[in-house]
Design a protein around this ligand. Structure first.
Ligand code: NAD
Ligand code: TYD
Length: 357
């Protein structure tokens, strides 16, 4: 008997146990019962299967634990599973960690990506019909803006941190495999994401957790750096649209036209949380502590997301005020999740990163 799942399209999502990956896996597993979704993740400190509890028993979902840096393992997995498409999110993703340990970023972000490209090229040979290799990247590859300007898909790459240099390098390899071997690739470059299941080393979940626990809020430098924030669910929606309707060989910028100076964002979070926690207005702002700036700290990122709107009809579904309020509620309601991910190794990282800063 032919199994119901034998003729399904099989899509590999790498890094699906991480922050953005878990939202993408959730969306694809629920929205496309006719796809088989294979989530490949090494489960580093940032990967957590608890992020996917609600889909883990779905018949069209499967988790595989593995390292994209292991080329033989990746090749074998592709040969066995004959993936029709790849959505590649696995990466080392935190700038501060890339400053203390750049090499790890080269292994995972560059070599890991090349291993996946080689495996896709190997199994697809020259028959690329209906195949897709979609690489998820960041706006940080474009470098830093001054007071003016905005990143378009034509902006020249100018990465400054080891993280953004490794992502830029992986983007170049993905394009090179398109131009040299004809591999059907797509790349998107997204701005800063916020939302549920983000590891609390990044600004928003870290500060929500510290505000709740009345711990200092370590603002780098003067807090004048600007980031362009997008709700993670909207990024997952954009990935869905690009995977299905994007033009092979193209790049799409994703962002919410939502720029915030760090200090303004932090004050807003303090105000919203004072209300939610029944604290006196201004209480949480007293936790703000200015600390030594990040080395090579990019001043400003801003994404021009006109192309994805005009060509694919994607737009963010929520305004920032609504998104940040939902996000704060999620972290307040999921204290257990936060406790689990902030125990053990994370505490060592936190002490090293912030004590004596
Ligand atoms: P994350 O750190 O939360 O998750 C990364 C995931 O990759 C984790 O589950 C981890 O276990 C897995 N992983 C790491 N190394 C691996 C390896 N060697 N083999 C297999 N799995 C491995 O990251 P995120 O914030 O969800 O980012 C996902 C992707 O989106 C990254 O490629 C990142 O560069 C990109 N991106 C992130 C943002 C953002 O704001 N977070 C914005 C734009 C683009
Ligand atoms: P982060 O969430 O690390 O994202 P990225 O560096 O990839 O943009 O940081 C967002 C901004 O917040 C960035 O300008 C650095 C700043 N920041 C702080 O001021 N204090 C912190 O403790 C952290 C983690 C970040």
């Amino acid at each position: 008997m032919v199994s119901k799942y034998e003729n399904m399209k099989t899509i590999l999502i790498t890094g699906g146990a991480g922050f953005i990956g878990s939202h993408v896996v959730r969306l694809f597993v629920n929205k496309y019962p006719d796809y088989k979704i294979v989530n490949l993740d090494k489960l580093t400190y940032a990967g957590n299967l608890a992020n996917l509890k609600d889909v883990e028993n779905k018949p069209n979902y499967e988790f595989v634990k593995g390292d994209i840096v292991d080329g033989d393992f990746i090749l074998q997995l592709f040969e066995e599973r004959q993936f029709d498409g790849v959505i590649h999110l696995a990466a080392e993703s935190h700038v501060d960690r890339s400053i203390s340990n750049p090499t790890e970023f080269v292994y995972t972000n560059v070599i890991g990506t090349v291993n996946l490209l080689n495996a896709a090229k190997h199994i697809w040979k020259d028959d690329f019909s209906d195949k897709k290799f979609y690489h998820i990247s960041t706006d940080e590859v474009y470098g830093s803006l001054g007071e003016e300007g905005i990143f378009t898909e034509e902006t020249r790459y100018d990465p400054h941190s080891p993280y953004s240099a490794s992502k830029a390098s992986s983007d170049h390899f993905v394009r090179a495999y398109h131009d040299t071997f004809g591999l059907p690739v797509i790349i998107s470059n997204c701005s800063n994401n916020y939302g549920s299941y983000q590891f609390p080393e990044k600004l928003i979940p870290l500060f929500i957790n510290n505000i709740r626990n009345k711990k200092p809020l370590p603002v780098y430098g003067k807090g004048e750096n600007v980031r362009d924030w997008l709700w993670v669910v909207d990024h997952a929606r954009a990935i869905d649209v690009i995977y299905h309707k994007g033009k092979t060989g193209d790049t799409y910028n994703i962002g919410g036209f939502n720029e915030w100076k760090n200090i303004d964002l932090i004050r807003t979070m303090c105000r919203v949380m004072d209300k939610k926690l029944g604290r006196e207005e201004g209480e949480s702002e007293k936790l703000i502590t200015y600390v030594k700036d990040r080395a090579g700290h990019d001043l400003r990122y801003a994404i021009d997301a006109t192309k994805i709107k005009n060509e694919l009809g994607w737009e963010p579904s929520v305004q920032f005020e609504e998104g940040i309020s939902k996000t704060i509620d999620w972290y307040l309601d999921n204290e257990e999740w936060m406790k689990n991910v902030t125990s053990g190794d994370y505490q060592k990282y936190y002490d090293k990163q912030y004590l004596n800063r």
